[in-house]
Design a protein around this ligand. Structure first.
Ligand SMILES: [Zn+2]
Length: 176
């Protein structure tokens, strides 16, 4: 597999179909002092994601939070392992929280993945949120369409705005 790499300032990519597991979405890491992940991949790449984070020189003890852009398996499959093994807080929009917590409507069957439902620690309820982590602020926007609770995340850092759009296409055909 390919290696994780630096994107800009405190932003890295630690997961994707090429660098963690063929089923994984892109998984980004923001180094705010504490470490924040954007999405978590489908689950089968969990060990590789952790190895990639360590390979960039970070320690797993600094992992603090995962912001979930939406409730599909390629984005949420490793949530429960990250939460159980590293005490990571799971942050998601309230309209996708039920799917993440129940395992319904997450499309796991499309990937042949045995999804482990995961509690959502922080539910986003508003159209916009400003989330402070260490030295950085990440902003979320609710963009229902792909799923009801889809969000995008962006950060303004050193003169650039970086958007973590993930799956902004839609609507999705899952019936719920
Ligand atoms: Zn999706």
């Amino acid at each position: 597999m390919a290696q994780p790499f630096h994107i800009w300032q405190d932003i890295y990519i630690v997961g994707s179909a090429e660098i963690s597991h063929p089923y994984d979405c892109c998984v980004y890491l923001v180094d705010a002092g504490e470490l924040v992940l954007i999405d978590a991949g489908a689950g089968k790449g969990f060990n590789r994601l952790v190895d990639n984070i360590l390979a960039l020189g970070f320690t797993s003890e600094k992992l603090s939070s995962i912001i979930v852009t939406h409730c599909h398996i390629d984005h949420i499959g490793a949530l429960s392992q990250f939460r159980q093994e590293y005490g990571v807080k799971i942050i998601a929009h309230e309209l996708d929280a039920l799917a993440i917590e129940s395992g319904k409507w997450v499309s796991a069957e499309f990937y042949g993945v045995d999804y482990q439902p995961c509690p959502v620690d922080i539910r986003l309820e508003k159209a916009e949120h400003n989330l402070r982590f260490g030295r950085h602020e990440l902003k979320t926007l609710h963009i229902p369409g792909h799923t009801r609770g889809s969000i995008v995340v962006y950060i303004d850092i050193a003169g650039k705005r970086i958007l973590f759009g993930q799956d902004i296409h839609g609507p999705c055909e899952v019936a719920w």
